[in-house]
Design a protein around this ligand. Sequence first.
Ligand code: HEC
Length: 171
Amino acid sequence: MSKHDDHFLNTFSIVIGTLVVVTLFLIALARSIGDPFEAAKIAADKAMNQQVASRTAPVGAVAVAGNDNSALAIKSDDGAMPTALALPKDGEATYKAVCSACHAAGIAGAPKVGDKAAWAPRIAQGKATLYTHALNGYQGKAGVMPAKGARPDLPDSLVKETVDYIVKLNQ
Ligand code: HEC
């Protein structure tokens, strides 16, 4: 090797060595400044922790029998629990909430409440038949009476009470 090369290698090693030392110093400096403060700040940041928890939460959840699964209940967008359609309290309320949609104005061939002539032959069939037709649905000449007025959640007793109420209005 020539003297010139020696000189180059020495200078080059010193430059590299100095840069390595500077790099290590900067890493140590950054850690000593950042670590204690930043870590504490992040740990104390509630919103940040919540976001991390929600982003890293598992996609699905499994309801386990015997455990409290109330947190798994499906919630609507505004956070309120979905409520089942409220059950009307008696025959009159059921008529107003459900049956009147068709029977008040005579929609879709439904015999109009108050039209005694339309109801007379139906009432003449006897209550048992009216109950059955209201509970199970019924396709007659005028149209289709949906089972329970398309409210399958209504208890049978309430539907019968409602039939009684309608019959009373048309006698
Ligand atoms: C979607 C419309 C609709 C709703 C809602 C509805 N009905 Fe009807 N209902 C009809 C129609 C149409 C008929 C007539 C069917 C025919 O005779 O062709 C009928 C007929 C009846 C009859 C007479 C059945 C017979 O044997 O002649 C009764 C009783 C009755 N409905 C009770 C109810 C009750 C009780 C409710 C509420 C729980 C209700 N309906 C809700 C459409 C409806």
